[in-house]
Design a protein around this ligand. Sequence first.
Ligand SMILES: [Zn+2]
Length: 265
Amino acid sequence: MKMKFFQVVAMTIAVNCANFAFAAPHWSHDEQATWWEIEDTSKDLPMKYPFATCGVGQHQSPIDLATAKFDNTRKLNKLQASYPIDSAPIFFNSGHGIQVNTSNNYKGEIKIGEESYPLIQFHFHEPSEHVINGKPFAAELHYVHIGNDGRIIVVGAAIDIGAENPTFQTVLDNVPHEASGQKTDANITINPASLLPASLDPNDLDFYSLAGSLTTPPCSEGVQWYLLSQVITISAAQLEQLKSFYSDNARSPQNINGRTLSSTK
Ligand SMILES: [Zn+2]
């Protein structure tokens, strides 16, 4: 079944960091400058350097948004987030960040024009990965979607300190503290949409878009990024709780290499 296959791919991505699905070599954010040269000693060339793209890729993420030129001649499709309540989310500690994997039957998706991409997982970085003039936000949320054609769409939202976010508190209170730990509880549901401000129209989101990559090994390219124009908030206490899991789990900005940014405004 087509759907099943992509769910397997999705789970592979979701647990990839934890070395469950395939024996990817260990990596950490501290050594990000040399991710590309990490060797998989069990493999011969050309599989020996599984994270080579992190070094040689020309469309790497994240970026400093101030380094990008705008191209607003492109006609942009409407971005519509349909993230209903997931009644059986999996709270997951990837070993590199805190994450929520959606359940197998979850119907949440992002729609770009007429194309739909199921929401597979969302996770957090502290501080933000995308920066403006070198300045990061307090944190960043990434909603990861994978289409039936295998295409990856990430919707990112910058996080500032402000009002407490009750949905984020559910995440903080349920992700296990040990790496690779996961938890499901029949009594705990999650509404991924309620991480976003209530003032946002989910059927017409404002965004900046550009071509990029996964921000963690294997740094695969062909990822289309949609960075929401509106910042979301968590409280200072919630940021401290986030840091108690992982701190500085953000990749540095990468070269823009002539890529342009499109925006709805
Ligand atoms: Zn991310």
